[in-house]
Structure formats: C-alpha cells, structure tokens
Design a binder for this molecule. Sequence first.
Ligand code: GDP
Ligand code: MG
Length: 706
Amino acid sequence: MIKVALAGNPNSGKTTLFNDLTGSRQYVGNWPGVTVQKKEGTLRRKKDVIITDLPGIYSLSPYTPEEVVTRNYLLKEQPSVILDIIDSTNIERNLYLTTQLIETGIPAVGVLNMMDLLEKRGDTIDIKKLSQLLKCEIVETSALKSKGSFEAADKAIELAKKQKTTIPQKIFADSLEAELLKIQQIIGDMVGQHQLRWYSIKLFERDKRILGELALSDNQKKVIEGIIKNYEKKAGDDSESIIINERYEFIGKVVKECVVKKNVFESTSDKIDKVLTDRWLALPIFALIIFVVYYVSVSSLGTIVTGWTNDVLFGKYIMGNLSVWFDSIGATAWINDLVVNGIIGGVGAVLGFVPQMFILFLLLSILEDCGYMSRIAFIMDKIFRKFGLSGKSFIPMLISSGCGVPGIMASKTIENEKDRRMTIITTTFIPCGAKLPVIALIGGAMFPGVVWMAPAVYFIGIAAVVVSGIMLKKTRLFAGDPSPFVLELPAYHVPSPRNLFMHVWEREKAFIIKAGTVIFVASGLIWFLSGFGFADSGFGMVGAESSLLADIGNIIAPIFAPLGFGNWKAAVATVSGLLAKENIVATFGVLFGLGSDVAEDNSGLLQELQSMFSFGGAAMAFLVFNMLCAPCFAAIGAIKREMASAKWTAFAIGYQTILAYAAALVVYQLSGWLGGHLSFGIGTVAAITVLVIMLYMLFRSNKYKV
Ligand code: GDP
Ligand code: MG
C-alpha cells in the first residue's frame, strides 16, 4: 500500500490533479479554501495506491485550520510520499511551502503545475537545475489538460518504493545551521533521523505544539532557549522571522538560477485586472455582470425555457395526456387527481425550472472558473473590511449562490470564531439555486417585464449581509478585528468544459433528486391536506377553502398579515419552504393547479398569484421574507454542524427570521403607504419604528472599536 499526499498552496491545482488521478469529482474552485478537509481516493487502475487531497496551505505553521489538518496528516500519518503541487506561475511563493514540505523528511516529488500558462507567458524554468538545487525530483504538468498527471504519480510511486525517508539538505546560512545542529544534538534520538531537521527548526521557531510533543527536560529546554536567544540577539530579529528570511533567501537564489521570465511587461491578466479591480469601476462592473447573469437566466432566456417546460411539456403533454390516459383505463377520479394535479403539479412546477437553473449555474460556473469570482472576493475584502468582516466571509457566500449547505461548510476556513459565526449566520441571505424558482415565479407573475427584479433580489441578499455585518459587529458578541485574508489572484483562463459540466451537474443533480424525494412527498401531502377536511357529513373530500390545509394555514396566516400575505395559501407555502425553498413553488403548483388553464394557453398559476397579493409591495414582501428567513432544513442542519452549539444555531435561525420579518414589514407597509395602497395606521408606525431601530444600530458608534 502506497500513500501519496497531494500538498501545495491554495489554488495550485491539487484537486484538479486529484480528480485526474483518481477519476473522482471533487469540487474544483478557482479560489483558495475550497478543500477544507482531506479527501481520499485510489489511483486509477492501481488500487493499492491511495491518494489524499489535502487542504491548500501557504506554510506548515499551524495557524489556520487548513494548516493544522495538513500538518497533522503529514506528521502523524506519515504518507509514503508527497506530491508537492507548485503553481509554476507563482513559483517564489509556492517554493516557500516546498522548502517546508521537504523538511518533513518524507520523500517528495515537486510537481510544476500550470505549465500551459507558463508557456503562454513565454517564461521558462530549468527543471534539471531546480531538481538539483532542491534535491528532489521535478515533474511538469498541466493538470487541467491532463498532461503529465500520471507521470507525476509514477515518479512518486517509484520514489516511495525506493526509499522510506529522506534526510533533508541544509539550506540556511552556515551560522544558523550550526545552531540548528546543536539543537539536533540535544533532541538526539527522541525522533527519527529524517525528522531531526524538522524538529530542530520548529524548536528554533518556538513552536508550542512541537515543544509539547517532545519530552524535553527543563534543563534541555533552558539550553535550547539559550541558543535561540543568543542567535536572535546576534541577528537582531525574532527567531520565527529569521527562519522566514532564510527561506526566502534560499528561494531567491533558486529562482535566480532556474527561472527565466520573458515577459517583464504586464500580462493580459494584469491588464484585465487593472480594469476589473479598479477602485471605482470594480463594483459597477460586478453589479452589471450579476445583472446580466440574472437577467439572462431568470428574465429573458430563462422565462422562455421555463414557460415552455411548465406550460407545454408538463402542462399540456404530460399532465394532459396522463389525465386522458387515466380516464381511458378507468382509474378513479381521485387517483387521477393525486397523480396529475398533486404529484406532477408540484414536482413538475419545480422541475420546470431545471433548464433555467442550468443557465444560471452555467453562467456562475463560468465566472468562477475563469477566475473572475476570486477578483470579486478580493474587491469585497476591501469593502467588507470597512464593516469589520473579511473577504474570507465572501467565499462561503459565493458558494451559497449555488447551495447554502456547502456555503456554510466553507466557513470552516475562517479561523476567527466570531467571524466564522457571523458568516454562518449571514451566508444563506445570498439567494441559492433553490430560491431561483421562487424569484422567477413571483417576479414573473407580479412584475412581468421588470428586468431588474431578479438581480434586485440578489442585491437584497448582499445588502442583508452587509447590514447584518455592521449591526452585529457593534455588539459584544461579534466585536473584533476581521481575519486576515491572503488571496492570490489566479491568472484568467478559459474555463474547462469538464469543470463546468461537473459544477452544473452536481447542482442540478441535487435539485432533481430533491424534486424526486422531498418535493414529491410534500406535493402529495399538500394535495391530500388541501383536498380533504371535515365537513358537515364528517371527514372526506372537501373544497380547498375548507380543507385541513386551509385550517392549518389560517392558524399561521395572521403572523404574516402585517407583511401583506396573511392568507392561508401564502402562509402554507412559506412554511413548506422550510423543507426546501423550491417547495414554495411546488405548493403553489398544487394549490393553484399548474397549467390548469392550458386550453386557453395562459397559466392559471400566474393569475391566481396575481389575485393573492393586493399590490406589488405585498409580493415583494413575500419574496423578501422567504429569501431571508430561516433557510431550508438541510441548511439549518449544516448551520448546526458548523456552530456545534444548539444555542448558536437557535441564534442564527432566530436572527435570520427576525431580520426577514423586519425587512418584509418595512417593504410592505412603507411601499403600501407611500404608494397609496394602505392608509396610515399601526402597521405604518411599526414599520417606521423598525426602520429607525435598524438605522440606529447601523449608524451608532462602535464602542468596541480599538
Ligand atoms: P486547489 O485549490 O489546489 O485544489 O486547486 P484547484 O484544483 O481547485 O484548481 C484551481 C484552479 O486552477 C481551477 O480553476 C483549475 O481549473 C485551475 N487549474 C488547475 N490546474 C491547471 C493547469 O494545469 N493549467 C491551468 N491553466 N489551470 C489549472
Ligand atoms: Mg482543492
């Protein structure tokens, strides 16, 4: 059994290589921090070779959760060999980790990845020389194009078979090496020969974990501390910085000898970035791009495909023909009704959005894979920082635009606990894929032709994040400086069709599976509850208005009356959204009969919706509430796992729902009053009070700011 560990900087292509080698489909994201936990797989065609994809790190000092995971794995599990993935377009920074990986004494092969980009730039790296200077084998790859991946794996296997450990070479100044040797003599046979260098350097850096690991006597500790103090005095720097400087010194020499940069001028990527990350242009461009994405996927192209699947495919062909077929085989009316109007009405209403979702996911994946989204995280870091949030919080949010569950999980990379909690609480404000059908349905019914509707909902999500960030940061629970955020901007590249397909498919698959399970059952249940109830003659089939569902809905509805949708159908839909947000659409599909007016070729669903909301503000309030309130159960589960505390989970759900309620109240009451739909009353006063309180919380001075 050979264990190969893939280690390297974030975004160097580890997961791409891992997928290539194992044939699995781990998430490849064009920003750091996507792989938080290690993933294992076996090499294709060689089942006795296990490959582990480790989280990306810049260094082996255990400061971030990723660094801890990677370091523990390397030191405790002792893989047979390390494949060190080096982004050859950022070789200086990547070699910093390389020098540390070699120090572990585990045999290592250096993988110069992204060679395609390097070649495009016209730069060259002298592999032979690099290999000599680092004293380790080097392979060139373009993992994205599956070039060289297996050669790299073969080299690693060969090396692992040849030797169990390596003795790392000396790379620091002689005076420092002499001191390290003294430390090595003290720890002598406490660790393996190959690990002596690693331990001596870590002890020199005063690494607490390593110090705790070794059973050093007080006297030995004193001697080591003396050695360090002495050298620090001589060098005029602290020991950790001394090691960092020495590493860069070595790397500088290596790069000077091996790398020839042809292009001293700025690359195309740099030129594009001048515009896209410009202080003034960045945000308007981002807004425009998001607008186009949502416009295309929700309003223009999206409406056409969804209209077709809902009205024609499901409404006319499937439901129409199925109904006729049921009649022809003499099925009882209620079976016909359950299947056609209940199950297909609900599931179909959701599945109708599959093509539309495809467009949205495809566009978002292109933005992500080509490298644009990392720029957005970079820009957002500057903005978020002003509010006390870090750009690290924005990455979970980007992921949440697909699905909140992985988004919440991505918050793991934030080491500051307060920031992490805040990110978990706010990340589901960004509309996920499942919310898209709701936006499209309500938008299409209530605001036909209003192209800014869908993008507006996205920006409401971002606004909710920013507003929450500002308000919460001024409270004791969340006060403090934001986490540091180092983000390398990867060079732009044409997205790989394989990656795009994988991203889109993963998301669509989850959506379709939900439609076939949760939505399927829920639609049947809603159909039953809305068709049966207690009448004078006892329990049986009744009209919807006197059904069990109406009874339940009417109990909850008053809660939503101040928000403008205090009718039982909207109330039931809102609650059903807890199962899955697209269930809101399924519920309307069952209640209003998807495509029930197919004959006249206009959807009954839209008309029914229009009559449900008294004016646009009520529909907007419905949308705002459902976008911001407690997410679906799956996401709530993820929140609970990441918070690892019932109290914090309750806080998150409570905060989200209260904020949603407050925002919807303000939207409905004030738009109604200002638009002349509602007269001034208690509701207006309540809305103004809420608004004033929120403004106060936003603008009061921050007494925790240092
Ligand atoms: P990780 O963070 O190290 O796991 O990196 P990923 O595997 O997620 O890759 C980061 C980004 O680099 C993705 O957008 C990949 O498509 C891209 N990428 C990976 N390998 C190559 C390569 O050899 N050439 C180019 N041009 N892009 C690559
Ligand atoms: Mg990865």
